[in-house]
Design a protein around this ligand. Structure first.
Ligand code: SF4
Length: 492
C-alpha cells in the first residue's frame, strides 16, 4: 500500500520507536539545578516546575544516558525537562507557561502608596523612617501634592489600582485620606478601573467616624501585630506603653464595623522576636487571624543606621522561621487551619502555573513596575524600602518629583530602567545557574543598601541565604514529610 499521507507516517511511527532503550534520543530543555542535600538535586525549568533527582540520575540525564522507558524519564518528559523526536511542541508549551508566569508584567504598575504624613505617636526602634513628632505638620502631604499624585496614578495602564495610605501614622492626616479617596472615586467614574483602598495604620488614633467612612468607601485596614503583649509593647513603644492593647482593640472594632476579613496584620521579626516563634503564632491565632507573614527586619534604613535596631544573621532568622513553620504545621494537623504567608507565596510559585505579584520575589524586580510610592513632599520612589533608604541620605532610587516629572518621565527614567535590566535574575552571576531562580527575586534596593551594588554578591548576601534556606526547607518538607506536605499543599 502506498504511503500517501505523510502526516499519518509521522503520527504512527514503527513500534521499535517506542521500545525501551537506554538512548541518547532526547533533547534537554532549558533547566537549572541546585543541591538539595548530599545525595539529591532540585531541577527547575523556566516555568518553575521542579523535580528532585538523585545526583547520579542528574549526571546520567545530562550525559544523555537515561533510559527513555524509565519512570523518571516519563516524569521529566511530562514536566518539560526533556523532549523527544525533535519536536518544538514541548518548547512551545514551556514558552506558554513562562508567559503565564510573567503575565503580571503586562498589567504594569498597580500599587500606589501615598505617605500622607511622617508624624507618628509610636517610637518603634525598628522604624525605617525618621518619624516626626505629632505637632510637626510640615511633614504632612499637602493637598496639591496629593492631587498631582492621583493624576499621576491614573496614567498607569493597569486595570487594577491599589491605593495604600502609609505613614508615619496615616490616620493622623485623615482629612487628606478623605480628599484622595473622593478624588480617586470621582475620577474613576469615567475610568472604570478596579480600585481598592488600604489604610496602613497602628490603629491608635482610630475613631468611629473614621470607621464609618471606611465602611461607606470600602476601605480595608492593614496593621501591625508583632506578637504577644510584652513583645509587641517592647517592639512598638508609645507614650503609655499600651500599643498592644490599642492594636487588639482596634482590630476588634474594625472587624465589628467592616467585617472580619477587612483587617490584616503584619509582623516584623526583631532580635527579641527570635526566641518566641510559638508565642507569635499563638497570638495571631488568639486574635482570630488565619495567617501570619514571618517578615524579617530590613537590615538598613534609619533605625539600623542610628543603632536603634539590632541586626541579626540570616541563619538566626531561618532558625526562627523553621521553628514557627513547624509549629504552624502541627497546629494544622491538630485541626486549626492556619498559614504562613511567605511560604504560601513560594509554594504557589512552585506548585501552580500562576504568578504571585509579590514584589520582593520578582524578576525583573517589582521596583516601579509593580508599585510606586509618593512621599509626603512629592518625591516619587521605586518602593517603600527605597523611601526608607532615602531617610539615611541615599536617594539612588528616587525617580522624580510630582511637581516636575510626569508618569512617562518616571517610568522611562534611566534610574529605573538601568536597575531593572541590570538585576534580572535570569542573567546575573550565581542566580543565572541557581535551581531556585524561578521562585526568587533580585531586590536591588536591599543589595545596594547592604553591599553597595544593585546586583549584589550572592554568596555573601543575606537575602540569598534566607531565600535559599526557605526554598530548600519547603522542598524537603514536600518531598520527605508526607504529613507536612499534605498541609502545605492546601496553602496554594
Ligand atoms: S538570590 Fe540566591 S537563591 Fe535567589 S536565585 Fe539568586 S542565587 Fe538563587
Amino acid at each position: 500500500m502506498p504511503t500517501a499521507l505523510p502526516v499519518l507516517n509521522d503520527r504512527f511511527r514503527p513500534v521499535e520507536r517506542f521500545a525501551a532503550r537506554p538512548g541518547r534520543d532526547y533533547t534537554l530543555l532549558p533547566m537549572r539545578l541546585i543541591s538539595l542535600d548530599a545525595g539529591r538535586h532540585v531541577l527547575t525549568n523556566f516555568a518553575g516546575e521542579y523535580v528532585v533527582l538523585p545526583k547520579e540520575t542528574t549526571r546520567r540525564l545530562v550525559r544523555h544516558e537515561l533510559d527513555t522507558a524509565s519512570d523518571v524519564f516519563e516524569e521529566l518528559l511530562s514536566r518539560h525537562f526533556v523532549s523527544v523526536g525533535g519536536s518544538d511542541a514541548a518548547l512551545d508549551l514551556l514558552a506558554v507557561k513562562y508567559r503565564t508566569k510573567q503575565s503580571l508584567l503586562a498589567e504594569f504598575t498597580s500599587l500606589f502608596m501615598f505617605v500622607v504624613s511622617l508624624r507618628c505617636d509610636h517610637s518603634c526602634p525598628y522604624c525605617q523612617v525618621s518619624r516626626q513628632s505629632l505637632d510637626r505638620h510640615a511633614y504632612d502631604m499637602k493637598p496639591d501634592v496629593a492631587d498631582r499624585a492621583v493624576d499621576f496614578m491614573f496614567r498607569s495602564p493597569s486595570r487594577a489600582l491599589k491605593v495604600e495610605f502609609q505613614g508615619g501614622e496615616s490616620l493622623l492626616n485623615f482629612p487628606l485620606i478623605r480628599r484622595i479617596v473622593e478624588r480617586v472615586e470621582s475620577r474613576n467614574l469615567a475610568e472604570g478601573r478596579d480600585v481598592q483602598f488600604v489604610i496602613a495604620t497602628n490603629l491608635a488614633p482610630l475613631t468611629d467616624e473614621m470607621l464609618d467612612y471606611c465602611r461607606v468607601h470600602e476601605i480595608v485596614i492593614s496593621t501591625s501585630l508583632d506578637g504577644p503583649r510584652e513583645l509587641h509593647n517592647q517592639n512598638r513603644p508609645r507614650p503609655g506603653g499600651d500599643s498592644h492593647k490599642l492594636a487588639v482593640r482596634g482590630i476588634r472594632r474594625v472587624r465589628e464595623a467592616l467585617g472580619h476579613d477587612s483587617v490584616a496584620a503584619l509582623m516584623t521579626t526583631t532580635a527579641a522576636s527570635l526566641a518566641q516563634p510559638r508565642e507569635i503564632v499563638d497570638e495571631y491565632v488568639r486574635q482570630g487571624f488565619s495567617c501570619v507573614f514571618l517578615r524579617p527586619l530590613s537590615p538598613y534604613g534609619f533605625a539600623v543606621k542610628t543603632g536603634l535596631a539590632r541586626k541579626y544573621a540570616a541563619d538566626e532568622w531561618l532558625e526562627f522561621y523553621r521553628a514557627a513553620l513547624g509549629y504552624i504545621i502541627e497546629l494544622n494537623l491538630a485541626g486549626t487551619p492556619f498559614r504562613e504567608e511567605y511560604s504560601s507565596l513560594i509554594l504557589r510559585k512552585m506548585l501552580t502555573p500562576f504568578p504571585t505579584g509579590y514584589v520582593d520575589l520578582q524578576s525583573p524586580a517589582g521596583l516601579g513596575i509593580a508599585g510606586l510610592i509618593f512621599n509626603y513632599d512629592g518625591d516619587v520612589y521605586a518602593s517603600d524600602e527605597a523611601r526608607m533608604l532615602a531617610e539615611t541620605g541615599d536617594r539612588k532610587f528616587r525617580l522624580g518629583n510630582l511637581a516636575v516629572d510626569s508618569f512617562e518621565d518616571v517610568m522611562t527614567s534611566d534610574a529605573l530602567i538601568d536597575v531593572l535590566s541590570e538585576t534580572m535574575t535570569e542573567g546575573v552571576p550565581m542566580c543565572v545557574d541557581c535551581g531556585f531562580q524561578p521562585y526568587c527575586g533580585s531586590d536591588p534596593v536591599y543589595h545596594h543598601a547592604t553591599q553597595g551594588d544593585v546586583v549584589g554578591f550572592k554568596p555573601t548576601s543575606d537575602f540569598c541565604r534566607r531565600n535559599m534556606g526557605v526554598m530548600r526547607h519547603l522542598v524537603r518538607l514536600l518531598e520527605d514529610d508526607e504529613r507536612a506536605a499534605s498541609v502545605l499543599e492546601t496553602w496554594i
